[in-house]
Ligand binder design. Structure first.
Ligand SMILES: *Cc1c(COP(=O)(O)O)cnc(C)c1O
Length: 392
């Protein structure tokens, strides 16, 4: 494929493209030449209900013809319904809408500022995890440790302290009288599919309660039914004070949100924060359709059972390639292979064989199929993976 026009007009902030994708349906994507691919990236954990789901398409089309945008000068019924649904899934509390994962984390960071600035002794330090990823805006980037994302953008926001993931003692000893919050992912996505241990999340919760800190969880990638719970942390039983959502929420239409528990929901007051597009009628109709499909098609349960079976098959595959596969990682349908080499050449080979995957840090190949994926499609992906791994 010829990408010269792409290179001429599109700023080069992404790796040069390998494919031009023009159509999708269910778990399948087609390129410009009509070649089909099994989509085991889901637009990076976004199209959790698959491409072109009829209910989603119907809701988006209908809403587009009724009202697309009117701003937060008004109450938007689609926003209220979606918020009610989210509260039903996450717990008592309220929702603030925005447009992306980075924006959702910005809102969490601003929430912790409001929390820390309440008393006389302002507190602003936030403990975050090494190898975490929270987005590319300057605030979210400041919460992201990896040099590869930060390089060239200094000076960043001060006050983020990087601790070892799954190391409760490291978090505990990093707390001082300036600390106001702890922010972690329940499964590190970009970082290479490291799953938080349940006792780690529960331990962070009690540290936060003990030291009067906000406990914040970034569910942008692990959330929205992908891991076999509505949100990734829910299997641990931990109770965060606020969480960030985006990616899978809109099923491909941009939308982000934070959920805040009742005790902290009123820290934001009229005029304190906002965004023109956040929670537009169209975005909320798209997200509401996603949540409806998750419920009617039992996708939480499906992510769990299909995920367990897929993971077992990947473990068997890893035994066939002990030199190439070092580990099988993740939970639900947020899975990955730890490799003994950098993933890009394998990703390219898999493209040729008709499978789309996505890399992550730590020589990880991520497998993120839509939650509507069929058994036969998982079987086919496994056989393509096997061919790809033999060829590489
Ligand atoms: C992708 C991601 C983000 C950033 O979301 P954007 O919509 O790209 O801004 C934040 N946190 C996590 C865990 C992510 O995976």
């Amino acid at each position: 494929m010829d990408f010269s026009r792409h290179q001429k007009f599109i700023v080069g902030n992404y790796a040069p493209p390998a494919l031009e994708i023009t159509r999708g349906k269910g778990s399948i994507l087609w390129d410009k030449n009509g070649k089909d691919y099994l989509d085991f990236a889901s637009g990076i954990a976004v199209t959790n209900v698959g491409h072109g789901h009829p209910h989603w398409v119907k809701c988006v089309q209908q809403q587009a013809s009724e009202l697309v945008h009117c701003s937060n000068l008004f109450s938007i019924p689609q926003q209220v319904s979606l918020a009610e649904r989210l509260v039903g899934e996450v717990g008592d509390g309220k929702i603030l809408f925005c447009n992306s994962g980075a924006e959702a984390n910005e809102a969490l960071i601003k929430l912790s500022r409001l929390f820390g600035n309440q008393g006389q002794d302002a507190r602003s330090k936030i403990l975050v995890a090494k190898n975490g990823f929270h987005g590319r805006t300057l605030g979210a980037l400041s919460a992201t440790e990896s040099f590869k994302y930060r390089k060239g953008f200094e000076p960043l926001l001060p006050g983020f302290v990087f601790c070892n993931y799954n190391d409760l003692q490291d978090f505990e000893k990093s707390i001082d009288d300036q600390t106001v919050a702890i922010l972690v992912e329940s499964i590190q996505g970009e970082g290479g599919l490291t799953v938080a241990r349940d006792d780690f999340l529960l331990g962070l919760e009690s540290l936060c309660n003990q030291h009067n800190l906000l406990f914040l969880i970034d569910e942008v990638q692990a959330g929205i039914a992908r891991t076999g719970n509505f949100l990734g942390y829910q299997q641990s039983g931990a109770k965060p004070h606020a969480v960030a959502l985006a990616k899978g929420l809109g099923g491909g239409f941009p939308i982000g949100a934070i959920w805040v528990n009742p005790e902290h929901a009123d820290l934001f007051t009229p005029g304190s924060h906002g965004t023109t597009y956040g929670g537009s009628p169209l975005a909320c109709a798209a997200a509401d359709a996603v949540l409806e499909i998750i419920k009617s098609e039992n996708l939480i349960e499906r992510a769990k059972t299909y995920g367990e079976k897929f993971k077992k098959s990947l473990e068997e595959l890893s035994k066939q390639f002990p030199e190439k596969i070092t580990s099988v990682k993740g939970r639900g349908l947020m899975l990955g292979l730890g490799l003994s080499f950098d993933p890009p050449p394998l990703i390219t080979t898999l493209h040729e064989l008709g499978l789309i995957t996505v890399g992550a840090a730590g020589q990880t190949l991520r497998l993120l199929p839509p939650l509507t994926v069929k058994k036969e499609e998982i079987e086919k992906a496994l056989s393509i993976l096997k061919s790809g791994l033999s060829q590489i």
